[in-house]
Design a binder for this molecule. Structure first.
Ligand SMILES: Nc1ncnc2c1ncn2[C@@H]1O[C@H](COP(=O)(O)OP(=O)(O)OP(=O)(O)O)[C@@H](O)[C@H]1O
Ligand SMILES: [Mg+2]
Length: 264
């Protein structure tokens, strides 16, 4: 069984079938790039994997844990949804940082919330809580350093460039140590000169054995960094393979048309 198994995912909005029957798998440490035209269902797929949307049917499992099975109601209820979400991290196109908090605090927020819950459940002493909190601060600082922003820990999002905000958002997604880190067009809101610094951070994550799914329009990046590429069209996987297979030898006419569009 692969590290991430996604089988027969279906999702409708009203009568609009947005995901028709999506299946793929990833081994640990692999990077999947998803390409496809606007409206083909890429964001919806990431949102289903992160349980921000509930798929209508299909199976999602990570590292042998069955997280969702459309035919097993015990896995589709909203119970334990927050636990399930911890398996995935999601970095949005528009960063979605909290403007009222510093870069460091943005990274610490979710771990702090989990600590609060744990402290209550396990009745941690004030001393234990302080110790655990110090670990959260140290980890957040390490993460900020790993995206090249240790000098900016006290800066607010409005004091950072788009590229820096996105790097904070990546550090924030890493703070909960997700099994699979997903990116939804992480550079498409950035000026071209800021795109490189974000792509470099993602590339470095690959060398640290992160399993990642990247929805992207950056074809060179997909070619160089991804182990697998999926081309989505109209809610189906039209083509899947290695970057060489998909970019150099596409089997489907639709993929060829997409890759040959003017401006690419
Ligand atoms: N919450 C929603 N309610 C109703 N329809 C939705 C919702 N979210 C997405 N859709 C529809 O699902 C389809 C796929 O949208 P999605 O955002 O997944 O596409 P995408 O491939 O990410 O496109 P883009 O490249 O523009 O980001 C679209 O037709 C969209 O209108
Ligand atoms: Mg999208």
């Amino acid at each position: 069984m692969a590290f991430l198994e996604v089988k027969n995912i279906k999702k409708k909005f009203g009568s609009n079938e947005v995901l028709k029957d999506i299946s793929f798998s990833l081994e640990k440490g692999e990077v999947l790039a998803i390409i496809g035209s606007s409206g083909s269902g890429k964001t919806t797929l990431l949102r289903c994997l992160n349980f921000l949307e509930k798929a209508d049917d299909g199976v999602i499992s990570v590292d042998g844990n069955l997280l969702f099975d459309g035919s097993d109601r015990s896995t589709t209820s909203d119970k334990n949804i927050r636990r399930k979400r911890l398996h995935f991290g999601l970095v949005f196109q528009s960063f979605n940082l909290f403007p009222q908090y510093t870069a460091l605090k943005n990274i610490m927020l979710a771990p702090e919330m989990l600590l609060k819950e744990r402290a209550k459940k396990e009745k941690l002493s004030a001393h234990q809580k302080r110790e655990e909190h110090e670990k959260i601060v140290a980890h957040a600082k390490e993460l900020l350093d790993s995206v090249g922003l240790s000098a900016k820990e006290k800066s607010y999002p409005c004091e950072l460039s788009g590229g820096q905000c996105q790097r904070v958002a990546i550090a924030r997604a890493l703070a909960l140590s997700p099994d699979v880190l997903c990116f939804d067009e992480p550079t498409s809101a950035l000026d071209p000169e800021l795109t490189g610094e974000v792509l470099r951070v993602i590339r470095n994550l690959k060398s640290s054995d992160r399993t990642m799914i990247v929805v992207t329009h950056e074809m060179e990046f997909a070619r160089n960094v991804a182990d697998k590429v999926i081309f989505m069209s109209d809610g189906v996987i039209e083509e899947a393979g290695t970057p060489e297979e998909v970019f150099d030898n596409p089997k489907s006419e639709r993929t060829r048309e997409f890759l040959n569009r003017p401006g690419f």
